[in-house]
Design a protein around this ligand. Structure first.
Ligand SMILES: [Zn+2]
Length: 154
């Protein structure tokens, strides 16, 4: 399988033509989702000014992307290089994100799976879509079992 890295905000929220590929180079990675939403919704998206302290939001790998949930129910692609979530849906606040201490190890734990099958949760995260412990492998508690490979029949 080709080496396909886990998507992060800076590799997911990229400008589309006619914008230059580096048009958002000076936009902080966590704010690029607002520029991306603006292009799709054809309206200005205001991100919050303040950082909400004391609220724990975990980043997880979801279908090959680093994702975090906003309390409003929206989710955005995020990045460990700018660990905060500014929701373009509700604009409540900047939420500081908790990434694993070893981001590379989390990404390596899912590297052998197809991107759509890559899921990883922080050990302290009680995310709504996290499988119960009895469905996780014993030796790798944060990585769900991969779907069985099926040969293509033509
Ligand atoms: Zn929100």
């Amino acid at each position: 399988m080709p080496d396909i890295p886990v998507k992060r905000a800076e590799t997911y929220y990229v400008p589309q033509p006619p914008l230059a590929p580096d048009a958002w180079a000076l936009v902080p990675p966590a704010a690029r989702c607002a520029r991306w939403y603006e292009l799709r919704q054809q309206r200005r998206i205001e991100l919050p000014d303040g950082l909400l302290l004391g609220y724990i939001t975990y980043a997880r790998i979801d279908a090959g992307r680093w994702v975090a949930d906003c309390p409003c129910g929206s989710a955005q692609v995020v990045t460990p290089t700018d660990p905060r979530l500014g929701c373009p849906e509700c604009g409540a606040a900047w939420f500081p994100l908790t990434f694993p201490d070893d981001v590379a190890a989390a990404e390596a734990a899912v590297a052998e799976l197809l991107p759509a099958e890559r899921f990883w949760w922080h050990p302290d995260d009680a995310a709504w879509n996290r499988p119960p412990p009895e469905q996780l492998p014993v030796d790798e508690p944060t990585q769900p079992a991969a779907a069985p490979f099926r040969e293509a029949t033509t």
